[in-house]
Design a protein around this ligand. Structure first.
Ligand SMILES: [Zn+2]
Length: 84
C-alpha cells in the first residue's frame, strides 16, 4: 500500500486509476537540474536532459537558456579572435 495525493491505492489488487497513471507520468518527467539542483518537470516546464560523454545531465529552462547564451557569447568571442 502506498499513499498518493492523500488517497490509498493497493498495488497488489491492481487498483490503479487514471489519477495514479497521471501521477506516474508526472513523476517520470521530474528531473533535477545539474546546475542549480532545482526539481523541474521536463514535459511541463521544458528544459533538456541527456548526457555529456557518459555523464548524465539535465538542465532546467533557466539554466538551459543561460548555457545557450554562454555558448553564443563564446562563439562571438572566437569569431572576433579569428578576424584579428
Ligand atoms: Zn537549473
Amino acid at each position: 500500500m502506498k499513499e498518493i495525493k492523500g488517497k490509498i491505492y493497493d498495488y497488489d489488487r491492481g487498483d490503479v486509476t487514471e489519477e495514479h497513471n497521471e501521477y506516474l507520468k508526472n513523476k517520470d518527467s521530474q528531473r533535477e537540474c545539474s546546475v542549480c539542483s532545482c526539481d523541474f518537470d521536463i514535459d511541463g516546464e521544458g528544459g533538456v536532459d541527456g548526457a555529456i560523454g557518459i555523464l548524465p545531465v539535465a538542465f532546467c529552462p533557466t539554466c538551459y537558456s543561460g548555457i545557450c547564451d554562454m555558448c553564443s557569447q563564446l562563439e562571438e568571442i572566437s569569431e572576433t579572435d579569428e578576424q584579428s
